[in-house]
Write a protein that binds this ligand. Structure first.
Ligand code: SF4
Length: 196
């Protein structure tokens, strides 16, 4: 095992979590669960991190943030989706502005479901990630590590919900609002009452 996998640093990013999973991530770092026994330290700097821990579902503005953080992390690196929201969008999946889990923005190496995810499951997922990190380190040292393929850029305006396009729903709503505003005369257009 190399120094990278003996003492990996973690970058935690809350996409749009309800904070349930974030509390569990903090619990995993406390002395009770003691993630630090694996040499793991939570850092705020992507350039120092090897493990990218994501909680919560992803909406359109967060795609840019997630990609920027991911690209600032040096190789080898692994991405762990923590909680069902980060895996698939979870309970927020059907929201008009939710595009899905972390893998709509960046490549994910380990999926760790749960709502909220338990600290033991977070530790298990990070340790799984360390195995992948070691494989990537060996490939990098041999000059054979290919950069992971980025997913295509999704858009909330092109999202389809239950067979209906969200963009079409917006257009329908605007058309209906325009139609109803034509039917109801505004105050300016209302005929002035005759003075006695
Ligand atoms: S998986 Fe559950 S606890 Fe975690 S962010 Fe989603 S709703 Fe909250």
């Amino acid at each position: 095992m190399s120094a990278v996998t003996k003492s990996p640093w973690v970058l935690h990013y809350d996409a749009s979590s309800c904070n349930g999973c974030d509390i569990e991530v903090l619990a995993a770092l406390t002395p009770l669960y003691d993630l630090e026994r694996f040499g793991i330290i939570n850092t705020g700097n992507p350039k120092h991190a090897e493990v990218f821990l994501i909680t919560g579902s992803v909406n359109e503005p967060q795609i840019t943030v997630l990609r920027q953080l991911y690209e600032q992390m040096l190789e080898p690196k692994v991405v762990v989706a923590c909680g069902v929201c980060a895996c698939t969008g979870g309970v927020f999946r059907e929201c008009y502005n939710t595009l899905g889990g972390a893998d709509v923005a960046i490549p994910v190496d380990v999926y760790a479901p749960g709502c909220a995810i338990r600290p033991e499951a977070i530790i298990d997922a990070v340790v799984q990630g360390l195995g992948i990190l070691e494989e990537k380190r060996v490939l990098l040292a041999a000059g054979k590590l290919e950069p992971a393929e980025m997913p295509p850029l999704p858009s909330a305006a092109n999202k389809t919900l239950q067979g209906r396009s969200v963009a079409l729903s917006w257009k329908d709503a605007i058309a209906q609002a325009q139609e109803s505003s034509k039917e109801e005369p505004s105050e300016k257009e209302a005929p002035a009452q005759e003075e006695k």
